[in-house]
Design a binder for this molecule. Sequence first.
Ligand SMILES: Nc1ncnc2c1ncn2[C@@H]1O[C@H](COP(=O)(O)OP(=O)(O)OP(=O)(O)O)[C@@H](O)[C@H]1O
Ligand SMILES: [Mg+2]
Length: 215
Amino acid sequence: MILEAKSLYKSYKKGNSTIKVLEGFNFEMEKGDFVAVVGPSGAGKSTLLHILGGLEKPDEGFVFFNGENIYNDRKNLDNIRNKHFGFVFQFHYLLNDFTALENVAIPGMINDSENNAFSRAKEILVKMGLEGRINHFPKELSGGEQQRVAIARALINDPSVLFADEPTGNLDKDNSRIIIDEFKRLNAEGLSIILVTHDEKIASVAKRTLRMEKL
Ligand SMILES: Nc1ncnc2c1ncn2[C@@H]1O[C@H](COP(=O)(O)OP(=O)(O)OP(=O)(O)O)[C@@H](O)[C@H]1O
Ligand SMILES: [Mg+2]
C-alpha cells in the first residue's frame, strides 16, 4: 500500500458553528493506482487531498505513506512532501518573473545540484511537448501550457504520488484533454495519481472513482 488513511476526522469551527468534513474516513491506495475524487462542492475533496498530501493535519486519524505515519514527525513530513509527493492545483501558481524552465527547475534544487535540476527540468518539459516554450514567461504561455508547466514542476523531484485538485478547472475541452492524456501517460509509467475533478468524463479516465458526499 503506497498511501493509506485510517479513521480521519476533520471539522472546521467558524464562529458558533462547526462544519464537519470528514468523519471516520478511510482510504487505501496501491502503487500505480489512479483515483478520481468526485462529489458536490463542499463535500471535502480538497480537504481530503490536503490531508493525504501532508498539507493539513487531520483532527484525528492517521495517514501512512509506504507504511510510515506522515504526521509523526515534522521534519520527516517535509522530507516526504519534497521527495515523494507532487501537487497540481486549479491555479498554476507559477512564479511570474521566472521562465517555464526556471519554474520547473527551482524546486528541483532542494534535492539536487542546479545543473542537474535544469537538465531534468528541460527533459520533463520536452516530454510534455513544451520544447519550444521553455524560455517563455508564464504570461507568454496559454492557460493549457501554463498548467503543463505546473505539472512538470510537480514532477521535478520524481514523486511517487501526484495530487491534483481540479487541474483542468480553468481549461477548455482541448486543453483539458491534453492534461488528462498527460496524466494517463504518467500513470502508465507507474506514477500513482489522486485527481479531484467535477467532470465525470475526466473522472472516467481514472482506474477508480471515489465519491464524497456532504456530511
Ligand atoms: N479553512 C477553513 N475554515 C473553515 N471552513 C473551511 C475551511 N476549509 C474548508 N472549509 C469548509 O469545509 C467544507 C469542505 O471544503 P472543501 O474545500 O474540502 O470542499 P470541496 O469538496 O473541495 O469543494 P469544491 O468542489 O467547491 O472545491 C466546505 O463546507 C468549506 O466551506
Ligand atoms: Mg475543492
